[in-house]
Design a protein around this ligand. Structure first.
Ligand code: FE2
Length: 258
């Protein structure tokens, strides 16, 4: 078996060399890129840059043959220690939380449609200003995050508020690159989830709100057609916007025998 590092790193460098030739890169540009790479590190923006501009390609490649529901990128705003909430499930919010009220529900099943009782849905999303708790100091810790448990028939439901589209941080070197390339830093409104059950491969995904801007040009290239949801007034509660979504989990990959 060949040396994997030799193969992958060698290929990446070869393609960089080709891009330099194809675009007739100058010494000034080389020096600017070198300084930019140093700046990204000093600003602590490597997780941001990689999750926004590289992770979607890795996710699509790794899960190209996955059974069950589609996943997408994790992104940089997950906090693994969000608490398990108590039923009826509502993500923690402030007393004066802004934003339209939202309810979503559905089932967690296996790839053959059998219910997965006790499946865990780790849910997090931005607030109505596009800000995340745990990352923006203006949002109290724990807001709009929590774990929800599916019932004996695999059914789940969650109440929260409708998140807003947001810009990735763009006041540092990553933003400077976006501006230099004349791109934009926006992500469409979305809800993050990690859906898991014993014996099944955890599904990291996002659901995108179909009325949101930027569905067609997400800066993170993470939107997939079957992750887009349509919100409608809930039956009996017209002031609450509702959608249904079912998650199908693939069996856990068999670990390699040592
Ligand atoms: Fe997000």
């Amino acid at each position: 078996m060949g040396n994997r590092a030799d193969q992958v790193i060698g290929d990446v460098l070869k393609r960089i060399h080709e891009a330099i030739v194809d675009n007739d890169v100058t010494y000034d540009e080389y020096q600017a890129v070198k300084q930019w790479l140093i700046d990204v590190g000093e600003a602590g923006e490597w997780p941001l840059f990689l999750d926004v501009f590289v992770e979607s390609a890795v996710e699509q490649q790794v899960y190209r043959d996955r059974e069950g529901s589609q996943g997408t990128i994790l992104g940089p705003y997950h906090l693994p220690d969000a608490p398990v909430l108590d039923a009826p499930y509502e993500l923690p919010k402030r007393d004066d939380e802004q934003g339209d009220r939202m309810h979503f529900s559905g089932r967690v099943v296996d790839h053959e449609g059998n219910p997965l009782a006790g499946a865990v849905l780790d849910v997090w999303h931005a607030d109505a200003k596009g800000l995340y708790s745990g990352f923006d100091p203006s949002v109290p810790e724990g807001i709009l995050r929590g774990k929800v448990i599916a019932d004996d028939e695999g059914r789940y439901e969650v109440r929260s508020i409708v998140p807003a589209p947001y810009t990735i941080p763009h006041d540092g070197p990553t933003g400077k690159m976006i501006a230099a390339a004349d791109w934009h830093p926006w992500r469409p409104a979305h809800i993050h989830l990690i859906v898991s059950a014993d014996g099944y491969e955890a599904l990291t995904t996002q659901l995108y709100i179909d009325s949101s801007d930027y569905l067609d040009d997400d800066v993170a290239s993470a939107v997939k057609d079957n992750l887009v949801v349509h919100l409608e007034p809930k039956e009996g509660e017209p002031e609450v916007l509702h959608f249904d979504y079912d998650f199908a989990l693939a069996p856990a990959r068999t670990p390699a025998v040592a």
